[in-house]
Design a protein around this ligand. Sequence first.
Ligand code: NAP
Length: 267
Amino acid sequence: MANRFEGKVAIVTGGNSGIGEATGRQFAAEGAKTVLMARREEQGRAVAESIRASGGEATFIRCDVSDCDSVEAAIAAAVETHGRIDVLFNNAGAGARGNFPDESNEDWDRVIGVNLTGTFYVSRAAWPHLVAAGGGAVVQMSSLAAQRGFSSRMQDEYGTAASSYYAAKAGIDALTRYMAGVGGRHNIRVNCVRPGQILTPMAAGGTINDPDGGHHVFEKMFDFHQIVQGPGYPQDVANLVAFLASDDARFISGEIVNIDGGVAAKI
Ligand code: NAP
């Protein structure tokens, strides 16, 4: 196993589950002091403990990324413990059910709050520490929803996430390019990953509207839409995020990389 993050401090939001958990494990396996942040403490502490049990370095700090005070306290606590931040993976996110125009203000605010505003709050709080470390890498979490739409027939057959999710993730794409520009002079690279369907609790549990349950629809979707056969797994995304966050990607910034089994390449 490569040791690309030896001596580095890596923060992963949404690090207690799914893609964030897999990426936290990857960072730690490659030598990072890994800080997992999310709201469910028991789950977060269990993941950190299991990383430590396999020889990695990890801690969990409770953080609600949509709450500015919570974010600032969590970043301050991480810096107090480790003294620096080198890598930030802004992964925390949530979807909502509901099809436009039947979407509530509450769902809109919550989904924009976690995905887009949360990415902004965490990035803003971590930024001075990345600058102070002499540079670093930020990876953001978008979604194929930011890039692709759907037809009425697809909506009927598979359902869709709410419009707030599409809008929030597209905002993250734009924020990525903006932050990359600002990061240039500070040696901070900012990139973004855009997954299609990845088999995690969020996807299998169904941000997708279907009476048969999300998992069933999920399988139908990747069978129909992907070029690569079978589901994407959290580790697939973790491998890409670790690459983008490492010096192997030293000449890449402002990029949004699809990881979708080829969905976006199709008609
Ligand atoms: P997941 O296992 O449900 O993970 C979501 C993570 O976000 C959890 O760790 C959750 O922890 C955290 N989170 C949610 N709200 C939060 C808040 N307010 N503050 C802090 N953390 C919060 O699902 P996942 O699929 O791995 O999702 C991870 C990211 O990938 C999301 O941004 C999602 O939009 C994106 N994505 C997933 C897919 C897919 O197919 N799975 C596709 C495209 C994009 P707590 O609930 O404990 O806070």
